[in-house]
Design a protein around this ligand. Structure first.
Ligand SMILES: Cc1cc2nc3c(=O)[nH]c(=O)nc-3n(C[C@H](O)[C@H](O)[C@H](O)COP(=O)(O)OP(=O)(O)OC[C@H]3O[C@@H](n4cnc5c(N)ncnc54)[C@H](O)[C@@H]3O)c2cc1C
Length: 484
């Protein structure tokens, strides 16, 4: 398997593929991981993926600098800013949503962790190596002339300007530019004394001469100031000192990056043996912190499907379901992101089409088409409330399986499939199609009902017919799926 791009999503794809026992080569044209902090918020669902990969504790460790920086703050300047109360949805107990808490860690701190983990897991990770072109035929993908690389499939994690996507002629659709152009100023300054007592994730600065938002990168020395406008040639040290409201004598501007929030989704996620993941497949404004998180879910889902196709456990047609599932999910995340703005005081009129935020952060999007067996008459997953109930096409709800709260329903599938049964499991154990059967007495599962979970924790089938699971597996994966 070839992964192109060693950003956060490409590295996650390599890890997921190794988790499924697939041999992987990853090429990244840069010599190092990203020097830019970029994404910092990793939601429940991404942390669950890292948990499955055995990396959650390592990621939390990499996040220790920002461990107490969950709050938002607002002020005329940073020196005058006040923390806002920690936002919690009234209708959800945050501690019961997931076995993992979300995590605030800058992308430039996380990527080295993922790179080392991918190498430890046996991926052939080649930085300073660019893919300059590729060819595909019925058997695989190769560099032009097949001189140095040949692989069964190519995972394109080569970012928003994806050369692979362009070479395939895949266009993008969506709202395009959303809101105003912006500039991110990444700088160093020891602000520990100013920040103490008002630690923040984002601090909205309302000074009329320096409006914008300050993001904590390590909570002490490294910061990003985001402000609207196109000019990059401003007197940034002066403007930053105005925003900070303190002299900050050691302030040092590290980079100034203009960017435009955009909402664009690839018109196809797959072309032959090539599959797009991450920003190559979708870009979205950052206000829901969904860009990297959506990419991590792409990699998590594509990984098991590629592994099944490669091992012969499923026909290659299974891979068609990647586009059928992840493209609507990418569109949903991008559209919801485009509907959000930076409005920490919550003074604007909320968009009536905003989904419940936990639908985004806990992987609540429901697949309606793909590697699923939908039951007639099931209510769809609600969008304006967070009410996971083990519906087909959704992530299985989290419930602890032991009093010590160490094992979750989310630990039962991945890398294999799992059958969760409410009540006596024995009738199901007679022929579960080779899938591990677990008893689960949970509020969302009436006695006698079972859920068939895919390796990505998504409910593929739900029902009471004990003869159904092997048949469903055969329907979804093909005739070789079920051991005789
Ligand atoms: C200011 C800002 C804030 C953000 N905040 C958040 C947030 O809080 N939460 C969130 O989820 N997302 C956030 N995002 C978005 C997030 O950073 C991106 O979604 C994420 O980086 C996408 O990862 P990726 O691996 O798909 O692409 P990239 O990070 O762009 O990685 C692509 C990689 O592919 C390599 N590459 C390209 N072409 C080739 C080639 N031909 N051969 C070899 N290598 C190649 C590139 O060098 C690059 O390293 C933010 C983005 C910005 C700009």
């Amino acid at each position: 398997m070839l992964v192109v791009g060693g950003g956060l999503v490409g590295l996650t794809a390599a890890l997921v593929l190794r988790h499924h026992g697939v041999s992987v080569t990853l090429v990244e044209r840069r010599e190092t991981t990203s020097p830019q902090p970029k994404a910092r918020r990793f939601h429940f669902r991404s942390m669950e993926v890292f948990r499955e990969l055995g990396l959650a504790a390592t990621v939390h460790e990499a996040a220790r600098d920002l461990a107490d920086h969950d709050r938002m703050a607002v002020g005329h300047t940073l020196a005058e800013a006040e923390q806002l109360p920690l936002w919690q949805p009234g209708d959800v107990d945050v501690l019961e949503v997931s076995p993992e808490l979300p995590c605030l860690v800058a992308q430039d701190a996380l990527e080295p962790v993922l790179r080392a983990a991918a190498q430890d897991a046996g991926a052939d990770v080649r930085f300073a190596t660019a893919l300059t072109g590729f060819e595909q035929d019925a058997d695989g993908v190769a560099d032009p002339g097949g001189r140095w690389l040949r692989a069964s499939y190519l995972v394109a994690a080569d970012g928003a300007r994806s050369g692979v996507r362009t070479a395939l002629g895949i266009g993008r659709s969506g709202r395009g530019a959303v809101g105003e152009p912006a500039v991110n100023v990444y700088f160093r300054a020891d602000l520990e004394d100013v920040v103490r007592g008002r630690e923040f994730n984002l601090c909205q600065i309302e000074h009329p001469d320096a409006p914008g938002a300050l993001a904590s990168v390590d909570g002490r020395f490294r910061w990003v100031f985001m402000t609207s406008g196109e000019r990059t040639d401003r007197d940034w040290p002066a403007l930053l000192r105005t925003a900070l409201g303190v002299p900050a004598p050691d302030l040092d501007v590290l980079s100034v990056l203009p960017w435009q929030p955009e909402m664009l989704v690839a018109d196809r996620y797959s072309a032959g043996r090539v599959h797009l993941v991450g920003d190559a497949a979708h870009v979205m404004p950052p206000f829901a912190a969904m860009g990297a998180n959506t990419g991590i879910s792409d990699a998590h889902e594509l990984g098991w499907k590629l592994a099944a196709a490669l091992s012969g456990d499923a026909p290659p047609a299974l891979l068609d379901s990647y586009d059928a599932e992840r493209r609507p999910a990418g569109w949903f995340a991008a559209d919801q992101s485009a509907r959000r703005t930076l409005d920490l005081r919550g003074t604007g009129t909320p968009d009536p089409d905003l989904a419940h935020p936990f639908l985004l952060v806990a992987g609540g999007f429901q697949y309606t088409d793909g590697a699923l067996c939908r039951a007639d008459g099931q209510d769809p997953e609600p969008v304006h409330e967070f009410a996971p109930a083990g519906r087909v096409g959704t992530r299985v709800p989290h419930r602890w399986l032991d009093e010590a709260r160490t094992r979750s329903t989310l630990d039962l599938a991945g890398p294999g499939w799992a059958l969760l049964v409410a009540g006596d499991p024995r009738p199901w154990e007679r022929d579960a199609g080779g899938v591990a059967v677990h008893r689960l007495d949970a509020d969302f599962l009436p006695a006698g009902t079972a859920l068939l979970l895919r390796p990505d924790d998504v409910v593929a089938w739900r029902g009471t017919d004990v003869t159904a699971p092997p048949r469903v597996l055969r329907d979804l994966l093909g005739p070789t799926a079920v051991a005789a």
